[in-house]
Ligand binder design. Sequence first.
Ligand code: GAR
Length: 209
Amino acid sequence: MAKKRVVVLASGSGSNFQSIINFAQNGASFEIVGLIVNVPEVKAIERAKTANIPSKLVNHKDYATRTDFETALNQALLDFNAELVVCAGFMRILQAEFVEKWEGKMINIHPSLLPKYKGLHTHQRAIDAGDKTAGCTVHFVNAGVDEGAIIGQAEVEIMDGDDADKLASRVIIKEHILYPLCVDAVASGKIILTNGACLNDGKLEMIKI
Ligand code: GAR
């Protein structure tokens, strides 16, 4: 079967992007055909160059409205012939009209055990709440923020003396394992979105690592 054409969206360091690049080099069911960033000169661009992946800047600051930005973003995805859109530290909220165009074909990683702690400062909020565990979640993107059907999760224990940075440094290690597995499962068709639910080989079972 032809490899699925993956385009990654990133806003920063792109360490998750790197983990997906590494995975793709070992017989995955997808190839990364492009990187789109919304912030100039981020490290993700360097990673793309090193891996010979074309990158494109679509800077939200260059557009008068969210809709104009999303029109340009959509065009960039079409120009890459994207079949699967992978948000990897992409820090823009996308409106329903854009998201609906990519329904079932756009996924995101979020640094919490969703549905807990949507939005920002997830690790600090988990520590402040006295939670025993934190982690990360990969999900299909829908019109709600951090709300789409869950594809996979990884849990990390919160230890005495943890601060947000220490916890984040352990969670990101799990992100780098979980995300490529989830990208591959969606790219191969093992995991699909149907009627708002994520089916894994026809069952309501998320990937857990
Ligand atoms: C990751 O921890 C990812 O889960 C988070 O941003 C970081 C990006 O790191 N994403 C979000 O908070 C999305 N709401 P990276 O650029 O090194 O992959």
